[in-house]
Design a protein. Structure first.
Length: 213
């Protein structure tokens, strides 16, 4: 059973053109150490803070892939969630794929153009450190179509949203999952983007606390 509620951000990884450079950068910035999972898993590299799983880094298999972080949302049933994604108007990019004995993953794009991952845990529950220096602390979806994104996540993950901006000049919601009052993520309407902006401008972003905090 997952330690994270359904729909809550539970993991993040970065796809990089130079894995060693990424390790140097994040190691110095966030105090991370690294553990290579080996050739079988494409040298997917776990990032550790104080011996706890903080995130992961991986080298890009295809140079045309974007250099970006991916945020994964927790699910107890990846097959059921991917079916719900399609039904709600999203696109399933890959999966669900079983990853050894660590869990099951899928990748999807929401109707606003943002990519996100889905993670059903087995032996790997997700973040081992949160809300602490070097650990995950927040995630938010930057979208150019909040009117499409909001009902999508409400339907798929049961999110409830609270507007904290004025809804026009600053359209920002915090999202909570079922049964929890505290928000787990945010949604920002990117009003600076034209309607025909490439979907690459729309994405989930995540934050870690600095080791200096």
């Amino acid at each position: 059973m997952s330690a994270f509620s359904e729909g809550a951000p539970c993991w993040a990884d970065a796809s990089l053109p130079d894995l060693e450079a990424g390790q140097r950068f994040y190691g110095e910035l966030l105090g991370w150490t690294f553990q290579d999972t080996g050739e079988e898993f494409g040298h997917y590299t776990m990032a550790l803070r104080d011996g706890k799983n903080a995130a992961a880094l991986m080298g890009k298999m295809d140079p045309s892939m974007p250099t970006a972080w991916s945020v994964y949302l927790a699910t107890g049933d990846a097959a059921k969630t991917t079916a719900a994604i399609r039904e709600a108007g999203g696109q399933v990019v890959f999966g669900p794929d079983v990853v050894g004995d660590v869990g099951t993953m899928a990748g999807a794009v929401d109707p606003g153009g943002s990519f996100f991952g889905v993670w059903q845990p087995d032996t790997h529950p997700g973040f081992g450190i949160v809300n602490a220096p070097g650990g995950f602390c927040w995630a938010e979806n930057h979208t150019k179509d909040a009117a499409a994104a909001d009902p999508f996540y409400e339907k798929v993950f049961g999110y409830s949203g609270q507007q904290i901006g004025d809804g026009e000049q600053f359209d920002y919601k915090v999202w909570s999952v079922a049964g929890q009052a505290d928000p787990v993520a945010g949604r920002m309407q990117r009003g600076d983007l034209p309607a025909d902006a490439p979907s690459a401008h729309c994405h989930w972003v995540c934050a870690s606390q600095s080791v200096l905090m």
